[in-house]
Design a protein around this ligand. Structure first.
Ligand code: AMP
Ligand code: MG
Length: 329
């Protein structure tokens, strides 16, 4: 879904003009900065790409491939976007012991964070919905979704946004654009250098409840090139009732919103799709489990912000993350 788009020319360097494109997609904003020797305006092509992408993976478009599968329509055929995203989701599901699970959709919907009205939740409802959860109960066969149980549904929201960033980044790669940054709703992928000839600088926000605007209160700055960064946290999407905070991250093993001290997880990986998925998985796992996972899987870098048992605000990050943190904020 693209509502508005602005293109404005910027400074010219030796490798061409710096251009900016911003707009709305997938219920959030996007910002793209790139340097192009020919000053090409890619606006139309990017809008078209995002439109095709949403027709595959957006649960907010009733006619999309994923929505039609979720409606139980038989023989819906997956396209390449769907296939790549589904396979990556299976991979992260397996790697995280099921913490990341896109079949959590019916439970996400019941708690009011999905694509249907919120239900009156009690433990009986959650128990009954858990029968429909488990990525080991679905597979893609000849590009069609096979599910063990009718009523099983997929929620791509924790991975598709990161994947959309990859799709746009790969578009720029194919156009031989060397220096760019693609950002959708805070998920980022960048290549080459910024306009100052340096690695790109990307801020990690402080996880303050209700803080909607990024970049206002920064925790740290990461300097990267040729990599992606994604953050998950429960400070933007949650609700409170009777003094209890309900987050939009659901633990698929219990069917309940997670309740622990991990406030946000920022992941740096080569592709944004996996950075996005793992950031969500870490929010499910919580600080201790996420840290143990990261100490074993060094291909991922992460920055975790959490409250410890004493309620103290703390941070922990991987050795690889330490190398790319900026000295100054
Ligand atoms: P993100 O902001 O990337 O962490 O994605 C959060 C969204 O992912 C939620 O709003 C749900 O739609 C969905 N979600 C919630 N819990 C899970 C989970 N355990 N595995 C996969 N997706 C989830
Ligand atoms: Mg995610």
């Amino acid at each position: 879904m693209v509502l508005a788009l602005l293109v404005s020319g910027c400074t010219t360097g030796n490798r061409g003009a710096w251009l900016k494109i911003s707009g709305y997609t997938q219920g959030t904003t996007y910002n793209i900065t790139y340097q192009d020797p020919d000053s090409t305006d890619y606006q139309e092509q990017l809008v078209k790409l995002l439109g095709e992408f949403d027709q595959s993976l957006s649960t907010y478009i009733p006619s999309s491939i994923v929505s039609r599968m979720n409606q139980g329509i038989p023989d819906v055929v997956a396209d390449e976007y769907f296939r790549i995203c589904f396979l990556a989701a299976e991979e992260v599901y397996a790697a995280t012991g099921g913490a990341f699970d896109i079949t959590v959709a019916p439970v996400v919907n019941a708690w009011g964070f999905g694509f249907t009205e919120r239900s009156r939740v009690d433990s009986a409802l959650i128990d009954s919905l858990l029968q429909f959860v488990g990525m080991n109960k679905v597979s893609l066969r000849e590009n069609k979704l096979v599910r063990e149980r009718e009523g099983m549904m997929l929620d791509m929201n924790a991975i598709a946004q990161g994947y959309a960033v990859d799709v746009l980044a790969e578009f720029f790669d194919a156009e031989n654009i060397e220096n760019y940054l693609v950002e959708i709703g805070g998920e980022v992928r960048c290549s080459g250098k910024n306009r100052f000839g340096l690695d790109w600088r990307i801020g990690i926000d402080k996880p303050i409840d209700g803080l909607q605007l990024p970049g206002v209160q920064m925790q740290a700055i990461v300097q990267i090139s040729g990599r992606s960064l994604a953050t998950s946290g429960n400070y933007r999407r949650f609700y409170e009732e009777d003094g209890i905070k309900y987050s939009h991250t659901i633990d698929p093993s219990t069917g309940y919103p997670v309740q622990h001290g991990l406030l946000s997880a920022t992941v740096v990986a080569s592709d944004c799709m996996r950075a996005d998925a793992y950031a969500t998985a870490f929010m499910v796992m919580g600080y201790e489990r996420a840290r143990r996972f990261l100490e074993k899987h060094t291909y991922l870098d992460a920055y975790l912000i959490f409250n410890d048992e004493m309620g103290e605000y703390r941070v922990w990050y991987t050795a690889g993350m330490e190398k790319i943190l900026s000295e100054e904020l």
